[in-house]
Design a protein around this ligand. Sequence first.
Ligand SMILES: [Zn+2]
Length: 191
Amino acid sequence: MCGRKKVSKSKTSSRRTSKKSSVLRDILVESMSEDHVAIVEKLSEPKYDEDVAAELKLKSTIVRTLLNDLHMNSLVGYERSKNKKTGWYTYLWNRRDGKIKEYIQGYLKGRLEELNKQLDSERQGMNFNCSCSRVPFETAVEQNFKCSECNEKMKEYDNSDIIDKIVNEISNVNSLLAQTENDTFFERGKK
Ligand SMILES: [Zn+2]
């Protein structure tokens, strides 16, 4: 039982506010990318992938890859039709407005779960450290208070600042989650 842990940096709190102010938009950028969001924005009405590509001045192959990512998360759907002359399929893509909010809220809830786990483990006492890691008391005892990797002595460490940071981050994510409720950025006709 080794409970080593590296301090992870918070993504959500370093989020920059975008020009178009929307929590939903910001978090979709954070969880996917600015390019994915650009495509979602272009799909305020159903479009063919080559039209989206032309509007965004991107290669069709790139747009298709981005659309597939979005499709894997159920954020877009498509209607496929076969050109009888050429035998090729064309795809008319549409945005699944309701799913976007659901996806983003799911993303934030996942983040909360992760933070709560971190908080639990910090509260259980992740409070011995050397220069390469932080471990709970039991692990420090098992290793005779000497790190097997850097050979340094493990010293007792006050993790109350880390606990405060996690608590703040949890309240930050909770407030973002509440804000998503009234955010209608990706709903048709409300822009
Ligand atoms: Zn070490």
